[in-house]
Write a protein that binds this ligand. Structure first.
Ligand SMILES: Nc1ncnc2c1ncn2[C@@H]1O[C@H](COP(=O)(O)OP(=O)(O)OP(=O)(O)O)[C@@H](O)[C@H]1O
Ligand SMILES: O=C(O)C1=C[C@@H](O)[C@@H](O)[C@H](O)C1
Ligand SMILES: [Mg+2]
Length: 166
């Protein structure tokens, strides 16, 4: 099976959906954020604070390329589409799924979660700017778009399985 790459904004459900989707398809699951956390032995907040976002992006790009592109579901970080080299890498993959959620839903999902350095409470205005900037990048990189607002995880997984190419 060609790997399924999940892309989308923070809180769109990539990590949550990837686990259930991999379980259903009986394949391995990877998460670029988790791989980076394991590699560095630090949280994303700590990596951003100590090394800066640019360094994190380089690591993320390396990690994306190190993950097998067969028999796997891959949850990516919300900012993976920031670098052109990653957009081009994903463009060549068959199953790139953009999980779409309205910003309003995202902020509600993440209101008690402070693990994302680019979505701090004092930065909500910039979240809107980032969301608008990223939207066309996700849509440009993905061959499949799945709406997630108001949908339970099992339904999102069903929708992906129905639309994936083998
Ligand atoms: N369809 C959904 N309905 C309701 N809550 C959801 C849905 N999808 C995800 N969530 C919740 O939103 C939160 C964030 O989800 P998750 O960590 O999977 O997002 P993510 O896309 O991996 O974000 P990031 O880019 O920051 O890694 C979790 O608490 C999760 O339970
Ligand atoms: O959207 C983003 O830029 C990010 C999303 C998360 O998955 C993490 O990769 C990190 O918090 C940055
Ligand atoms: Mg995630």
């Amino acid at each position: 099976m060609e790997a399924i790459y999940l892309i989308g904004f923070m809180g769109s459900g990539k990590t949550t959906v990837s686990r259930e989707l991999a379980r259903r398809l009986n394949v391995a699951v990877y998460d670029t954020d988790e791989e980076i956390i394991k590699m560095k032995g630090k949280s994303i907040n700590e990596i951003f604070a100590a090394d800066g976002e640019a360094k994190f992006r380089l690591l993320e790009s390396d990690v994306l390329r190190s993950i097998p592109s067969n028999d796997a579901v891959i949850a990516t970080g919300g900012g993976i589409v920031g670098l052109e080299e990653n957009r081009l890498y994903l463009k060549n993959k068959v199953n790139v799924v953009y999980l779409h959620a309205e910003l309003e839903n995202i902020l509600e999902r993440l209101k008690d979660d402070d693990s994302r350095p680019l979505l701090r409470k004092d930065k909500l205005q910039s979240a809107e700017v980032l969301y608008s900037k990223r939207l066309p990048l996700y849509r440009g990189a993905a061959g499949i778009e799945i709406g997630t607002s108001g949908k339970p995880i099992t339904r999102i997984v069903d929708d992906i399985i129905q639309r994936m190419k083998k």
